[in-house]
Design a protein around this ligand. Sequence first.
Ligand code: ARG
Length: 253
Amino acid sequence: MWLFLFSTLLCSLVYLSETREEGKIIGGNPVPISEVPYQISFRYHNQHFCGGSIYNDQSIVTAAHCVEGFRNVNGLSIVAGQTKLSDTNGQKIAVTKMTPHPEYDAETVDYDVAVLHLAQPLVFNENVSAIELSTTPVRSRSMAYVTGWGTTKQGGGGEVSDHLLGVDVRVQSWYACQLQYFLKLTSRMFCAGNFFGGQDSCQGDSGGPVKFENKLVGIVSFGRGCGDVASPGVYTQVSSVIEFIKNATNTSP
Ligand code: ARG
């Protein structure tokens, strides 16, 4: 046990000091939007920068850190129902309002959730539909599924994957993850990914969905590098912010 803890910390230290540049969703496969019809691309002047999930025909769930840099909604839109970023067959709708969680903390990344309100309702079809929110925390060892068009470089500015990608990620025990993240996690967070790395989300996947048993259990939030050893992806635990999402989606427009 102590050997495990020690090596965990050691690995973390080693990897903390390295800046890795990995590709996209790490270790994933191309997925058509019809398999994840709740996934949207969040855009600024039509440039993809974050993911999100359809909660109802006029509201999107994303990460607070995706909206924090914007003073207003000018230039912000979402695209639903599209497998490739370069396609034009999806529904592109302007964002009229963004509501980050009032307790979102940019330092700790606590409460990393926001709701987007759309200018017009989405038209649901086989490629566009809502996902239910999970009312319970996802249990450790569960195999969850994360999708996105994430970029190929850390810290943004890298290339996005034109094709939507998805990867299975194993939910980790919260305590084991706390050690890997030097006790910086809050109870609004959970971790997923292989201890040895290899399966992860990455820059540009943020705000996107983590699905388990057809419910939204997580929101892509942050990580140390992408797909690295002892650096699992950290996700917002949807069940712990469900009241916020419900309230924010009720009070339209
Ligand atoms: N913060 C990143 C974004 O804005 C998401 C990073 C997820 N990283 C990870 N290793 N799982 O897109």
